[in-house]
Design a protein around this ligand. Structure first.
Ligand code: GAP
Length: 604
């Protein structure tokens, strides 16, 4: 399953998704809508299983994480505080010939010979009339100088679009171009200069479409967690370190949605904001701050963990999560962002990548991977921003810190105060608070630390449900050969989903549908299992065909009710069924009474 899958396999995967009702275009009967996808019966189950497992692992099985379900439309000030209204933008360019839009940072650099034109005038102007003209420059990139005619044709089309019926090109000159991103890789035409395009979907709250009623569909679920931090902390009686998690829809008006569901305009996120003490508070309480010393999981959380240990912990927890739902470690990449790639508030970010069939390849020809999740150490930036913009305190009172501080010697107090002061001043200055005011405020905040009060820092593991579902589909897709009823080998597609997230856990087959005793028993087994897991009952066609259909749906187990079940071969086999394993195709005889526990153990 780890072997790299190629682009043509991707086409087969997309076609299977449509055929088997995993994923298909939204609004398909109207020709679809770019960047929006619907999940059919199997896809809906798959997504639900992914979200349920995430929620179980991240919230229910932990004492230190609680959940939130906030609205999609929130007060627009939230997006000012988070920086989304000003900085959540991608550079975009348009093709001057086709008007198609691209993300400027995704244009592949190209080399060749560019033909430049200074403008054009009407070739056949009426006698005596001043010829109509355009002085707009235009360029076209060709592989080499031989292709000048192609450039001239493109330029004529360009000037025709500007109102000249029969353009005569002016000022043609050529130039060798190396690694330029100014030209459309699809047709060679010049692109516009990059312009920034804000990715948030805008709407109006209420009947009046005025500036004061503007609101946005949330581009991430995280900000609601920050905005509700104080309320959730209070009502849940949680103390730092603790986390708040949320699963929900997010919307981004992506310039160029692509790679099936990978970059969509409407998608779901699973985000955890895990709030921790600032390192100065940890040092005051624990005497020192532990730092990651060796690779791998750092073990159970400890009181002397600062942000680096917590960050490492969450990276490892998240990698383990992906393995638990069937993505092999070798299909994942742990990518530590370089300092120049980090968001201005981030101290470290690890992107967890999956090697999708459409991923770019590195110099060795291996799939480089595409982002499934980012695990970011975001300092105290987010809560500080909401504190500044809302005027409401986002600090917590930490009794342990206050007690520990009182026992520190003066030198330690001074050193920790100075470090905290410098960090707070740096944040305030970066966010354009005037220097003097920043200095004053940072002093006040450093003095508050000595009293046990601070704005918590945060570690954020932020994952996309749809990207993960796509990774699971790509990983599960396999083609092999299996014997049909007559023993002849035939090609079969098997979706090798982990039983934990497989859309259907078990299929129930009566051997023959025209034998009421078999059907009655099979329905009994279905009703026994149905309250515990997703069950699919199928009595249509030869048993081999039914197995194939379930292999393609990724159902890990099949239960067949035959004449032995009815006791026709004696008491020993009465009330037993065959349990077929999708991957090994092995069949074992199991008592019906033992099926629930046996299957639950495998699919939990
Ligand atoms: N709160 C941080 C945040 O939103 P992000 O890297 O922009 O960070 C987190 O998004 C995750 O959301 C990504 O790793 C990805 O899985 C998913 N995601 C982001 N944009 C997406 C899109 N256009 N389509 C599908 N999933 C997307």
């Amino acid at each position: 399953m780890v072997e790299p899958k190629t682009q043509d396999v991707m086409e087969r995967i997309v076609s299977l998704c449509k055929r088997r009702g995993l994923v298909f275009q939204s609004s398909e009967i109207y020709g679809g809508i770019n960047g929006f996808w619907d999940y059919g019966p199997l896809g809906a189950e798959l997504k639900r299983n992914v979200k349920d497992y995430w929620w179980r692992v991240m919230a229910r099985l932990r004492d230190d994480v609680v959940g939130l379900e906030a609205t999609i439309i929130m007060h627009p000030k939230i997006w000012e505080a988070s920086g989304h209204t000003t900085t959540f933008a991608d550079p975009m360019v348009d093709c001057l010939l086709t008007q198609k839009r691209y993300r400027a940072d995704q244009i592949e650099p190209q080399s060749g010979v560019a033909f430049h034109y200074a403008g054009a005038e009407e070739g056949a102007a009426a006698a005596g009339a001043k010829p109509k003209s355009s002085s707009e420059p235009y360029s076209f990139l060709t592989p080499d100088a031989k292709h000048v005619e192609r450039a001239r044709q493109a330029a004529k089309t360009f000037y025709k679009q500007r109102g000249l019926a029969d353009p005569r090109l002016l000022g043609e000159r050529s130039e060798t171009v190396e690694n330029s991103t100014r030209y459309n890789p699809e047709n060679g035409s010049l692109l516009t200069e990059p312009r920034l395009f804000n990715l948030m979907f805008k709407t109006y709250v209420g009947p009046v479409e005025s500036a004061e009623n503007v609101a946005y569909l949330r581009p991430e679920t995280a900000q609601a967690i920050f905005a509700q931090f104080k309320t959730v902390a209070e009502v849940s009686r949680q103390r730092v370190p603790f986390g708040i998690c949320q699963i929900g829809k997010a919307f981004r008006n992506e310039i160029n949605p692509r790679n099936f569901t990978f970059r969509s305009r409407e998608f779901e996120q699973m985000e955890l904001e895990f709030f921790i003490r600032p390192d100065e508070a940890v040092e005051a309480i624990a005497g020192s701050v532990a730092r990651p010393e060796k690779p791998g999981h750092p073990g159970a959380p400890q009181p002397n963990w600062g942000w680096e240990m917590w960050h490492k912990y969450w990276v490892e927890e998240r990698l383990a999560f992906y393995e638990q739902i069937g993505l092999p470690r070798a299909s994942l990449v742990e990518y530590w962002q370089k300092p120049e790639e980090l968001a201005h508030y981030a101290r470290a970010t690890v992107d967890i990548l999956y090697k999708f069939p459409f991923s770019k390849r590195n110099a060795k020809g291996e799939l480089a991977g595409e982002e499934l999740e980012g695990v970011a150490a975001r300092s105290d930036f987010d809560l500080s921003q909401h504190q500044r913009f809302s005027g409401k305190s986002m600090t917590v009172f930490d009794e342990e810190l206050k007690a520990a501080w009182a026992k520190l010697d003066e030198a330690k107090k001074a050193a920790l105060t100075q470090r905290y002061f410098e960090n707070r001043r740096a944040y305030l200055v970066k966010t354009s608070v005037p220097a003097e005011q920043a200095e004053r405020q940072a002093h006040v905040e450093a003095a508050a630390l000595a009293n046990g009060t601070y704005v918590p820092h945060v570690i954020e593991p932020s994952a996309g449900v749809d990207r993960l579902a796509l990774a699971l589909i790509c990983n599960a897709y396999t083609e092999d050969e299996a014997p049909d009823e007559k023993g002849k080998l035939e090609k079969r597609v098997v979706m090798r989903f982990s039983p934990r997230i497989a859309p259907v856990k078990v299929a129930i087959f009566p051997l023959l549908k025209n034998r009421p005793e078999l059907v009655a028993k099979a329905l009994q087994v279905r009703d026994l299992l149905r309250p515990l897991m997703t069950v699919f009952y199928d009595d249509g066609g030869a048993i081999g065909r039914r197995y194939r259909r379930q292999d393609e749906a990724g159902t890990p187990y099949g239960v067949t009710i035959d004449f032995d079940t009815l006791g026709e071969q004696g008491e020993a086999l009465k009330d037993t069924v065959t349990l077929r394993d999708r991957d090994t195709m092995k069949q074992t005889r199991v008592k019906i009474s033992e099926l629930p526990a046996l299957l639950l153990e495998k699919v939990r």
